[in-house]
Design a protein around this ligand. Structure first.
Ligand SMILES: [Zn+2]
Length: 179
């Protein structure tokens, strides 16, 4: 496990603005209404808000799917899925140090866009949450291609460097788990 390191308050502000922008871009891309956007039912958390089992090494993020039980409802089928996008500050900071051409804000924009596309595709049943290893790799490639499509036409500082970084991305898919 990498040494755990946390985003600074200034970096957390940049995460918040990158997340807001990612939400708008993904929402426009998939033509989501505001109620559809609310029903995506997800949250984005950074390391400081993660429990030990939500922390992974060597990945920038992981997605966990929780069942939210409605109050007074006992049947599992009545439970709603909730997706928690867990940003791994320590891995992101290590990557930024190893690749000085990457900028924090645009790197985070890519990461959050990518995770949101996963969530949209799960919600639309375009992808099963529980999938085989081969299917996960294929899905990862599709999600990277979509992220690229959404971000490549934007004139945002540092985005070209981030897209170039991901062009050569050969790591296995990041964890997507149901605790
Ligand atoms: Zn992914």
């Amino acid at each position: 496990m990498d040494q755990l390191r946390y985003f600074t308050p200034h970096q957390l502000e940049m995460v918040t603005s990158a997340a807001a922008m990612a939400e708008e871009l993904v929402s426009n891309f998939y033509k989501l209404s505001s109620s559809q956007l609310r029903r995506l039912n997800y949250d984005i958390k950074t390391l400081a808000d993660l429990s030990p089992m939500e922390i992974v090494s060597g990945h920038f993020a992981q997605i966990l799917k929780y069942k939210l039980k409605k109050r007074d409802v006992l049947r599992e089928t009545e439970a709603e899925d909730f997706y928690k996008i867990c940003l791994q500050d320590h891995s992101i900071l290590t990557a930024l140090e190893a690749h000085p051409d990457l900028q924090f804000q645009s790197f985070l924009l890519y990461i959050v866009c990518h995770e949101l596309i996963h969530v949209v595709r799960f919600r639309r049943f375009l992808q099963q949450f529980q999938a085989s290893a081969a299917e996960r790799i294929a899905e990862e490639q599709r999600v990277h291609a979509k992220t690229n499509e959404i971000l490549s036409n934007l004139s945002i500082d540092g985005i070209a460097e981030v897209l170039k970084f991901y062009e050569n991305w050969r790591d296995p898919p990041h964890p997507i788990e149901q605790p």
